[in-house]
Write a protein that binds this ligand. Structure first.
Ligand SMILES: NC(=O)c1ccc[n+]([C@@H]2O[C@H](COP(=O)([O-])OP(=O)(O)OC[C@H]3O[C@@H](n4cnc5c(N)ncnc54)[C@H](OP(=O)(O)O)[C@@H]3O)[C@@H](O)[C@H]2O)c1
Length: 340
């Protein structure tokens, strides 16, 4: 029999050497190791994005030992579509590698209409994880986050919801995101009392946003928690892409994103100066920005977003040089301590 299959679809077989060169860091004092670079699906995995590109990014990630994929209930657009697309691509590519993957999702932002589709109530969190599992066609996630603090729901209520989610087998570990230092201390104490495996804080951290250096990083260390840094490239500003122009199809050029041209222009002179420091280190600016985060002791993993496999491969090269001389640190600090 001769089959003339014109679909050009190739079954995915991950690279056998995928774990050989990858750097993994322990997450706080837990049993979990996370790759130094993890992949976030906030952008580029929604309903209107190219699925072939999304699939190529996920395959490239796994081929390079990236075992940790980060989602949230409302990633898309529209809300939920990143989880749906991930679920479909997971079934087609990674189903037999489920035990090798560490998959996270979150709830805490606006998700469905009415009073129960947002914030931190037990009603919202327990309904949301159920929906996320259905969209991704998974039995459990490895990590479930409360996506942001909710000042109007008692912390105890959110903590008990996280406890129940773990006890019901819907998540193996829990984390929090965007909580302040004091809120983190309070949540850590509640979750410790309940024996919940609380292992990580997801925080915005980059050369252009160093606020967590004030007190959060030391709080995380004191509580044996890992830290995963989101928007490490300040959504693309910490690359050389905007130095000469605003490229078409870049995040700053697109409408309905959280990065605009004014923000880029405000940072342009600092971007150029940082780019010169990176060149002297033999790195691209995006690599130096990631290396600098990995140089920080409290950082477990750097959570990048990419719009192509090439960007991911470029970013992964950052792990080849995560040492900085005191002169380099001083030069970087001169340009960025204003962002602490
Ligand atoms: N917990 C929270 O509240 C929260 C908030 C935000 C994000 N996150 C998580 O963190 C992840 C990463 O956030 P982010 O997407 O803002 O991260 P980011 O890494 O700072 O920015 C990603 C964007 O930078 C550009 N880029 C990346 N690598 C590049 C390279 N090598 N060369 C040129 N441009 C490059 C791409 O934009 P172009 O489209 O311009 O190519 C890419 O989409 C998200 O996916 C999500 O999982 C969490």
């Amino acid at each position: 029999m001769h089959i003339n299959d014109k679909s050009n679809y190739k079954t995915y077989l991950p690279k056998e050497d995928r774990y050989e060169k990858t750097l993994y860091n322990r997450c706080g004092k837990s049993g979990i190791l996370l790759p130094a670079i993890s992949l976030g699906l906030w952008h580029n995995f929604g309903k209107y994005d190219q699925m072939a590109n999304a699939e190529a990014i996920l395959r490239t990630a796994f081929d390079h030992g990236i075992t940790h994929f980060d989602l949230a209930n409302n990633y898309g657009p529209p809300y939920g579509s990143a989880e749906e697309n991930f679920g479909m691509l997971f079934q087609q590519n990674f189903k037999s590698y489920r035990n090798e993957l560490f998959i996270a999702t979150k709830a805490g932002y606006d998700m469905w209409p009415g009073p129960y589709g947002n914030h931190g109530s037990r009603k919202y969190l327990i309904s949301s994880i159920e929906d996320s599992l259905q969209r991704m066609n998974l039995d459990y996630v490895d990590l479930f986050y409360h996506h942001r603090p909710d000042p109007n729901t008692p912390l105890e209520e959110t903590a008990i919801a996280l406890y129940d989610i773990v006890r019901q087998g819907k998540a193996l570990y829990v984390g929090i995101s965007r909580y302040s230092s004091d809120e983190t201390t309070a949540m850590a104490s509640l979750l410790k009392e309940l024996n919940v495996p609380f292992i990580i804080h997801q925080s915005r951290y980059s050369l252009f946003d160093r606020a967590i250096e004030n007190d959060l990083l030391s709080t995380l260390t004191e509580n044996n928690l890992g830290c995963i840094a989101f928007s490490p490239l300040a959504q693309g500003m910490l690359t050389d892409k905007y130095i000469d122009r605003i490229p078409e199809n870049s995040r700053a050029a697109k409408s309905k994103t959280y990065l605009d041209i004014t923000a880029v222009n405000e940072k342009l002179s600092t971007i150029k100066k940082l780019n010169e420091i990176a060149k002297k280190r033999g790195q691209k600016l995006h690599q130096m920005a990631i290396s600098w985060l990995l140089y920080q002791k409290a950082i477990t993993s750097v959570l990048v977003g990419v719009s192509s496999s090439n960007q991911l491969i470029e970013n992964l090269k950052a792990t080849q040089n995560i040492d900085f001389s005191s002169e380099e640190i001083q030069q970087i600090d001169e340009l960025t301590t204003m962002f602490i």
